[in-house]
Design a protein around this ligand. Structure first.
Ligand SMILES: C[S@@+](CC[C@H](N)C(=O)[O-])C[C@H]1O[C@@H](n2cnc3c(N)ncnc32)[C@H](O)[C@@H]1O
Length: 222
């Protein structure tokens, strides 16, 4: 636990943009983010975790998986990847009945024929620009099963306080990003929870594909 904190803080200082937090997420945030998986069906499921860091969610996800399930994990940061790789190997001890793959890869390269039942994303979206946010979210939706759920969190910071942390040139970027995020939430959010016991407090958000995006031609012409 102390090692997790130490490494996370070190990476926060050297890679602020991609790490995006000063400490790993709390067990309370993990519980809120993993609410949908706890109601998983009994058939084998496919899960994608993005940005696991030191594994605050990963080991909780593993507790919910069964034989035949799949967990793919994408981590960009090399030090966090190596650290987590060792922790997962120690946990699984050569157990292969769950297909767990940890990849040292940028999620923006994700291109597979797989459709995931659950996508758990910890990316620090607020540090990205709105174009990259849309690119990643749209790719998540392309890789989501029809009834699948995307879960992610954002930090609860009063707007005035957030502005204190930004350089003057960043105000426009963040304003655009927050507007874009809100439009995704309006279209897709099905549930959310505020979690105060986290540093900083956060909102866990759960998104689904809309029932349909447009009426298929076949039906329109009937
Ligand atoms: C806010 S931390 C969350 C870590 C952990 N899930 C937690 O909640 O404690 C964000 C994580 O996303 C990773 N990350 C950032 N950009 C990424 C990308 N493009 N592809 C994959 N991982 C990325 C960072 O290296 C970091 O581990």
């Amino acid at each position: 636990m102390f090692k997790d904190l130490q490494l996370f803080f070190k990476e926060f200082k050297s890679n602020f943009i991609s790490t995006g937090a000063i400490a790993p997420s709390s067990p309370q945030l993990a519980r809120a983010i993993l609410k949908p998986i706890r109601k998983r069906p009994s058939r084998p499921i496919k899960v994608l975790e993005v940005g696991p860091g030191t594994g605050a969610f990963t080991f909780e996800i593993l507790k919910l998986l069964k034989v035949g399930d799949t967990l793919h994990i994408y981590e960009l940061n090399e030090k966090l990847f190596s650290y987590l790789n060792k922790k997962i190997a120690a946990k699984l001890k050569g157990e292969h009945r769950i297909d767990v793959q940890l990849l040292h890869t940028d999620i923006r390269t994700l291109k597979s024929g797989l459709k995931y039942d659950y996508i758990i994303s910890s990316l620090p979206f607020v540090n990205f620009d709105s174009r990259i946010f849309c690119e990643i979210m749209d790719n998540y939706f392309r890789h989501l099963a029809p009834e699948g759920i995307i879960s992610y969190f954002d930090y609860i910071l009063p707007h005035r306080l957030r502005l204190q942390f930004l350089k003057p040139g960043e105000h426009q970027r963040v304003k655009r990003l927050l507007t874009t995020m809100k439009s995704y939430l309006r279209r897709h959010q099905v549930a959310y929870d505020h979690v105060w016991l986290n540093l900083p407090p956060a909102s866990a958000r759960h998104l689904k594909k809309p029932l349909y995006t447009e009426i298929p031609e076949k039906i329109k012409n009937n």
